[in-house]
Structure formats: C-alpha cells, structure tokens
Design a protein around this ligand. Structure first.
Ligand SMILES: [Zn+2]
Length: 312
C-alpha cells in the first residue's frame, strides 16, 4: 500500500481557508480567518506581506495540530493565491496588489520552520488550484478541465497545469474604448465586464444582484433596458472567453464556478458560443456550473503542492 500523504491546503482570497488533506481527502475541521463573526468586510484586502505570512502560519499550525500535538509528518503545504505566480513569487495580483513581488514560498517556509514544521511549500494560482480541486473531486485527475471562477475578479484555471501565464480573466473581449473597469487597469478585459468589483464600478447606483434582478423583471423603462443590455454583454464576454480558449486549446469540458456563477444563464451562454464557434471539429465542448466550496479549493491547493513536490 502506498504511504499516506498529509498536506495542508490553504486558500487566500477574501478570507483565508485552511484544512488538512490526507490521501486526497479533506479531513477534520476547516479553519476560516477572519472568523465569520469578526468579519469587517475588508477581509484580507488590506493585509501586508509580513502579516499575511504570520496569519497563514497560524492557520497552518492550527490545522497541523492534532490530539498528539504538531504532526511532523505533514510533508507539503499548498497555498492558492490570486495573481500571476511563478516559482513561489507573486509577480502580480490585481486583487491583492500589495503582494506584488512577495517571495511567499520562501518567507512561509522560514516562518513555519521557526515554529517547528518543515514542509515543502508550494504556491499556486487560485484558479488553477480550483481546477485541480474539481478534477480531484470528480475523480478525474487524468482528464483536461478548464474552469472559470466568477468572483471579485475573474479567474481562469486549468488542470493539468501547464507552463504559461493563463490569465484568461484578462482576455480582451471588446474593442470599446470605454471598457476600462478591469482590476488590472487593462482595457476591454472579461474581468472588466464580469468581475464583481467591475460591475459595482459600472453601476454605481445598483448592486450586481439588483442589476440581474432588474433585467429579469417584467418592468419597462430605461433602467430595465440598461440592465438587460448589460446581462447580454456579461454573457457575451464569457462566451468570447470560452470561444477563444476553444479556438486555441480545442473543445472539451468547461466548468463555471465562483459566487457569481449563479447569474449564468446557460441557454443564453450556449447561444452566444454557438454564434462564435462555427468550425465543425470544435463543436464537442460541454459547459457545467459547479458549486464553489472551500473544501474543493483546499483540496486543490494540496493536489497542486503534492504534484509540485513529486516534480522536484
Ligand atoms: Zn484585466
């Protein structure tokens, strides 16, 4: 029988979620920071690198401590972060800009060592981590999946991992000069249309929830029309992103998740993709909306870290 592998998976987004993963299964309690009761709605957006390293270490130690004390058999720690991650360094992050240039893997390794744990630390892009978590959850670590995460920003992840940048959320999907709401500052990007923050910037007088509700309502008037036009644009943006991926990487399975996946109208999305993809060999694609669970993301961080540890 294969040796048991114990890994701590960590996910950094609005919150910090941490859990122990044993043989590809999340075990025991999940640690969420800040705890829901203390959540002041700024979450981790303001936290600086040193504070983040300390907070991640606190959570890892909590997850690594069992009834017999600190479990020294934990060989790997995987941390999922939004942004462009290379060799343990955050090269850029539209959603946690203060981390730009931070050598997270190195700093976290040193901090954990000072607390008695000596694991291999791996940093993964959060959307790639989500793709790995979904692949492991559906038991398909051997198949190719691509995942869109619709949240504060828009993430694009793929599993198996491949060398490259893969910032699919920043695909250019419009040449309209006025489309400049993306968190990265770039013009015409998917995230500038579909990202939660971008939607709040566009509709200063309405929350995204109200925009989608107004678009669905039977009322007539300029607000309803404006919201309906936007909902169509929102779906066209995702259709354009998926179509670009199909034209580059071929058809296959696309999953859509994140807290704003609830707004996706699959029929409308498929209709737009159908208009964008006409070549017959590219028609075999499937789309599915899947729930965004912290367990899946934690599992994905662990899967990514174990794969990186094997590849060393
Ligand atoms: Zn962008």
């Amino acid at each position: 029988m294969a040796k048991t592998t114990k890994t701590i998976g960590v996910v950094v987004n609005h919150h910090l979620s941490t859990g122990l993963v044993v043989d590809l299964k999340v075990q025991g309690e999940l640690f969420i920071y800040p705890p829901p009761a203390e959540d002041d709605d700024t979450g981790l957006v303001e936290i600086h690198t040193e504070g983040l390293i300390r907070t991640i270490s606190d959570q890892v130690i909590l997850a690594a401590t069992g009834p017999k004390g600190l479990d020294k058999e934990i060989a790997t720690v995987g941390v999922a972060l939004p942004g462009i991650i290379r060799h343990g360094v955050v090269e850029d992050s539209a959603n946690l800009p203060q981390l730009k240039g931070a050598r997270i893997a190195e700093l976290l390794t040193a901090e954990l060592r000072s607390r008695g744990l000596n694991p291999f630390v791996h940093i993964v892009n959060d959307a790639d981590g989500m793709a790995a978590g979904l692949a492991a959850t559906i038991g398909k670590l051997d198949s190719f999946i691509r995942v869109w995460t619709l949240g504060t920003g828009v993430g694009y992840g793929r599993y198996p991992f491949a060398e490259g940048v893969w910032e699919g959320g920043h695909h250019v999907v419009t040449l309209d000069d006025k489309e400049n709401y993306c968190g990265c500052g770039g013009r015409g990007h998917i995230e500038g249309i579909m990202g939660h923050r971008a939607m709040r910037l566009r509709f200063l007088d309405m929350e995204p929830e109200e925009v989608f509700a107004t678009a669905r309502s039977a009322a007539h008037g300029p607000d309803t029309q404006r919201c309906r036009d936007f909902v169509r644009l929102w779906h066209k943006a995702l259709a354009a992103g998926i179509s670009s991926q199909i034209h580059m990487g071929g058809p296959g399975k696309f999953l859509i998740t994140g807290f704003n996946a609830k707004y996706v109208d699959l029929a409308m999305l498929k209709d737009y993709i159908h208009q964008m993809i006409k070549m017959s060999p590219l028609q075999g694609y499937t789309l599915e909306i899947v729930e965004d669970k912290p367990e899946t993301r934690i599992l994905g961080s662990a899967v990514a870290a174990e794969a990186a540890a094997h590849a060393r």
